[in-house]
Design a protein around this ligand. Structure first.
Ligand SMILES: Cc1cc2nc3c(=O)[nH]c(=O)nc-3n(C[C@H](O)[C@H](O)[C@H](O)COP(=O)(O)O)c2cc1C
Length: 176
């Protein structure tokens, strides 16, 4: 009888801890490429999906990297730039694993991702960056995220093309 009770209690405990282990895929996407990967990753992992929406959306002119005075150029030239975010993750505390997706801008994450990192307490969480880009790798993204969330475990992350399959994403994500 005692043994049975122990098994039941153990089962309940395991269910409770499994239920608590929630995953979030949060992403910023200026032109929809990262959004495609984020949606597939959320599906592949059964995670909640959150789009980081800028208070002031980026126009085509804002994204012109040939113009040193464009909004993105000005923001990316200033590492203290923190563009405002219009929306908030409800109850970030419930997530123990957070995938953070973004395009690569000038070899790293856009400044709005830095705003996102500073908006929540990531202590004790697993943070995994994923990016899309024209051709560059993930660059300084993981290093920068780690600096902004020193008490999180930050993975090196990975660059994906927009055509990556749900299967490939599921296979990559299962290590976390
Ligand atoms: C301001 C800006 C800077 C960029 N810098 C890079 C870069 O350094 N390396 C690269 O390969 N692609 C760069 N790109 C291309 C984007 O990373 C790429 O198009 C990305 O997939 C767009 O994602 P999104 O549609 O989710 O915004 C840049 C794009 C913009 C708008």
């Amino acid at each position: 009888m005692k043994k049975l009770l122990a098994i039941i209690l153990m089962g309940g405990f395991m269910m409770a801890t499994t239920a608590e282990a929630k995953t979030l895929v949060a992403y910023f996407s200026a032109t929809g490429t990262t959004a495609q990967v984020a949606e597939k990753l959320a599906k592949a992992t059964g995670a909640d999906l959150f789009e980081i929406k800028p208070e002031q959306p980026y126009t085509e002119a804002d994204l012109n990297w040939h113009d040193s005075q464009s909004r993105s150029s000005v923001e990316m030239n200033d590492t203290s730039s923190r563009p405002a975010i219009a929306n908030k993750v409800e109850n970030m505390a419930q997530y123990d694993t957070v995938f953070i997706g973004s395009p690569i801008w000038w070899g790293r994450e856009p400044s709005i991702i830095d705003t996102f990192m500073e908006s929540y307490d990531f202590s004790g969480k697993k943070v995994i960056p994923f990016v899309t880009s024209g051709s560059s790798g993930i660059g300084d993204t993981a290093k920068n995220l780690k600096a902004l969330a020193p008490n999180a475990t930050v993975d090196t992350g990975k660059r994906f093309s927009s055509s990556v399959s749900e299967e490939v994403l599921a296979d990559w994500a299962k290590q976390f």
